[in-house]
Design a protein around this ligand. Structure first.
Ligand SMILES: *Cc1c(COP(=O)(O)O)cnc(C)c1O
Length: 425
C-alpha cells in the first residue's frame, strides 16, 4: 500500500471525510487523494517521494511557483518580529497601496483571511449600502461557502433560490437569485422584473469554478448597465482571476469597472488572505466609519501580508505576465493538438496563467455546456496523467493553473504524458 492511501485511511478516522476541504478527497474522479510532503517551483512531491508537475498551484495562490525564495525569505523575516499583534502594522498599508496599484477601481479596501470572508463581507456591505436584501449570482459560479452564496437556482428562471446545502435556511436562500452565465437576455428580464429590490450582482467575470469560461463580448458591459440603471452594486469576485488572468485581473482584461472587487488566493501567496474593496462611498459604510459590521482577529496578519507582498513583488516584475501567458498558451495549444492527434475532441481556453480544457466538440460558453462534457473520459484521463506524474485538478469543473516556475521542458513533458494518455483512453 502506498503512503498516501495509508495516510488517508488514518486521516479519515479523525478528520471529517479525511480532508479539510471536500474537493481534495478525489470523490469526483475516484481513488485516494495524494498526500504531499513538500513542493518546489512547479513540482510537488508526495509522501512516497514521487514527483509531479503541478497544475493546481494550491488552487491558485502559487503563481510564483512553490517555495519561491523571495516569498519564503519575506516570511522568515516577518516571523522574527512576532506572529500577530491584533493591532495595525505598516505592512498592511503598504500591501493595500500595492493592491490598489494593480486594481485602480479599488479606492479603499479591507483585508480578511479567506475568499469566503471577502465575498460574504462584500454582499453584506452591498446590502447595507443599498438597504436591499436580494442578491443575484450566476449558476456555476462559486463564491465560497457562506450561507447566502450556497444557493442554487429554483425551478424557473425568475424564481427564488433554494439552498444547495442542508443547513442553509430556506428563508435566507430565497434572497439569492440565480442567473445563467453569458445570457444577457435573462439578466435583462430579471432586472426589469425585480431590479429595484436587488442589492447587488456578484459574478466571476471570467469563471473558474465551472471550469474556465470567458464572458461573451458585451456581456459584462450589459450587466454593468443594468446595475447602473437599477442602483445595484456590481461585485466582481476575482478571488481566482485576480493577479491570475492579468496583473489587474479580469477587471483589467475586460475594462468593465465593478463597484466592489473580492480578492483571495494569490493575494496571500499561499498564506490565508482575502480582501474586498472598491468605491469610497460604499467602503465608508463599513465599521468603524459606518454601520456595516465586519471584523477579523487575524485580518491583515503581518506574516500573511509579508507573503502576499513578496508575491505581488514577483508578479510586478517587467515581462512577468507576457512570459506566463506565453507558457500557458503553449501548454493549452499543445494539449489540444495532442488530443486531436489521438482523435479526442478537446477545447482549450487560457488567459495569463489560467486555463480550461474541455472534452467537448464545440467551444464551451455556458454552464450547461460544461455539464455536457464527457466526464467518463475526463476521469480516465485524470488518472492516467496522475500515474504519469502530472497533477491536474480532480474535477472537470475546475480551471487549471500554470506558474512562472513552469519551464518549456515541463510543458513538453506534460504534453508527452498527455499524448500517451489520450492514446490509451
Ligand atoms: C476559491 C474561491 C472563493 C473562496 O475562497 P476561499 O479562500 O476558499 O474561502 C471564492 N470565490 C472564488 C471565485 C474562488 O475561486
Amino acid at each position: 500500500m502506498n503512503q498516501s492511501k495509508k495516510l488517508f485511511e488514518q486521516a479519515s478516522r479523525s478528520i471529517a471525510g479525511g480532508v479539510n476541504s471536500p474537493v481534495r478527497a478525489f470523490r469526483a474522479v475516484g481513488g485516494n487523494p495524494v498526500f504531499f510532503s513538500h513542493a518546489k517551483g512547479p513540482y510537488l512531491y508526495d509522501a512516497d517521494g514521487k514527483e509531479y508537475i503541478d497544475y493546481i498551484g494550491s488552487w491558485g495562490p502559487m503563481i510564483a511557483g512553490h517555495a519561491n525564495p523571495k516569498v519564503i525569505n519575506a516570511v522568515h523575516e516577518a516571523i522574527k518580529n512576532g506572529l500577530s499583534f491584533g493591532a495595525p502594522t505598516a505592512i498592511e498599508t503598504e500591501m493595500a497601496e500595492r493592491v490598489k496599484s494593480f486594481f485602480p477601481t479599488m479606492q479603499k479596501l479591507r483585508f480578511c483571511s479567506s475568499g469566503t470572508e471577502a465575498t460574504m463581507s462584500a454582499i453584506r456591505l452591498a446590502r447595507g449600502f443599498t438597504n436591499r436584501d436580494t442578491i443575484v449570482k450566476f449558476e456555476g459560479c462559486y463564491h465560497g461557502h457562506s450561507d447566502s452564496l450556497l444557493v442554487k437556482a429554483g425551478s424557473g428562471a425568475l424564481t427564488f433560490g433554494i439552498p444547495s446545502s442542508p443547513g442553509v435556511p430556506v428563508d435566507l436562500a430565497k434572497h439569492t437569485l440565480n442567473l445563467p452565465f453569458n445570457d444577457l437576455d435573462a439578466a435583462e428580464a430579471l432586472f426589469k422584473d425585480k431590479g429595484e429590490s436587488l442589492a447587488c450582482l456578484i459574478i466571476e467575470p471570467i469563471t473558474g469554478n465551472m471550469n474556465m469560461i470567458l464572458p461573451k463580448p458585451g456581456y459584462l458591459e450589459g450587466l454593468r448597465k443594468l446595475c447602473d440603471q437599477h442602483g445595484s452594486v456590481m461585485i466582481f469576485d476575482e478571488v481566482m482571476t485576480g493577479f491570475r488572468v492579468a496583473k489587474g485581473g479580469a477587471t483589467e482584461l475586460t475594462g468593465v469597472k465593478p463597484d466592489l472587487i473580492c480578492l483571495g488566493k494569490i493575494i496571500g501567496g499561499g498564506m490565508p488572505v482575502g480582501a474586498f474593496g472598491g468605491r469610497d462611498d460604499i467602503m465608508d459604510m463599513l465599521a468603524p466609519n459606518g454601520p456595516v459590521y465586519q471584523a477579523g482577529t487575524l485580518s491583515g496578519n503581518p506574516v500573511a501580508m509579508a507573503a502576499g507582498l513578496a508575491t505581488l513583488d514577483v508578479i510586478a516584475m517587467p515581462g512577468f505576465y507576457e512570459s506566463l501567458s506565453e507558457i500557458t498558451a503553449s501548454f493549452s495549444k499543445g494539449m489540444v493538438t495532442a488530443a486531436e492527434k489521438a482523435g479526442v475532441a478537446m477545447q482549450g481556453v487560457c488567459r495569463g496563467g489560467m486555463f480550461g480544457l474541455f472534452f467537448a466538440h464545440q467551444p464551451v460558453n455556458t454552464f450547461a455546456a460544461v455539464t455536457g462534457c464527457d466526464e467518463e473520459i475526463f476521469k480516465r484521463f485524470f488518472h492516467q496523467m496522475l500515474d504519469r506524474g502530472i497533477y491536474l485538478a480532480p474535477s472537470m469543473y475546475e480551471a487549471g493553473f500554470v506558474s512562472s516556475a513552469h519551464t518549456k521542458d515541463d510543458i513538453e513533458r506534460t504534453i508527452d504524458a498527455a499524448q500517451l494518455s489520450f492514446a490509451s483512453l
